[in-house]
Design a protein around this ligand. Structure first.
Ligand code: 5CA
Length: 163
């Protein structure tokens, strides 16, 4: 990992840092020199397992944007998750819909720091890792966290998300 010391964070990451601080979360946002755009890239840059990367995936359910915080080790089973969550069909959001719902671009979508909070699911697989990394608003920023913190930060629901 190669943190960039002494430089101001991008504005979108400042939003995330503010949301973390407001929730009393002590893990700090860091900006890396390498890309963290995908879970594989983030895991390589951070030297962690890909399963310990918490991807922030936006779906639309009954036209409402929702967030699924998913372990990077597997894909979301959208049909099974909708049934478990008791919601209508989940459709993957387009890049424009992601931007509108979160104020962030694909590759940097964070669990928090959005214009409005989104109904959120936290993947039960994330509880298997003592330390997780999530995106902090840009494709080079991340923060360390845990499944418990993600649940508290988002008011989310812990559910099985993968296969
Ligand atoms: N920064 C990392 C985590 S540290 C990250 O954002 N990973 S991610 O998985 O949440 O973001 C990449 C995801 O964006 C991909 O898994 C994919 O689900 C989604 N994505 C990529 N391209 C598109 C697209 N064209 N439309 C909708 N979603 C997309």
């Amino acid at each position: 990992m190669a943190p960039q010391e002494g430089t101001a964070l991008p504005a979108r990451s400042m939003e995330v840092a503010r949301a973390l601080a407001a929730a009393g979360i002590t893990g700090e946002v860091r900006e890396l020199t390498e890309s963290t755009r995908t879970a594989a890239e983030a895991a390589a840059a951070l030297g962690c397992e890909v399963g310990a990367i918490a991807n922030s995936l936006v779906f639309l359910s009954d036209d409402e944007p929702v967030l699924v915080l998913t372990s990077g080790r597997h894909k979301v089973d959208a049909t099974a998750l909708a049934a478990r969550w008791g919601r209508g069909k989940l459709r993957r959001a387009t890049p424009e819909q992601v931007r509108e719902a979160t104020g962030q671009a694909i590759g940097g979508v964070s669990p928090v720091g959005h214009p409005r909070p989104l109904p959120t699911v936290v993947d039960a697989a994330l509880t298997e890792y003592p330390r997780l990394w999530a995106a902090a608003g840009t494709p080079r920023t991340v923060f360390p966290t845990t499944a418990d913190e993600l649940l508290r930060l988002t008011g989310g629901t812990l559910l099985t998300v993968g296969p």
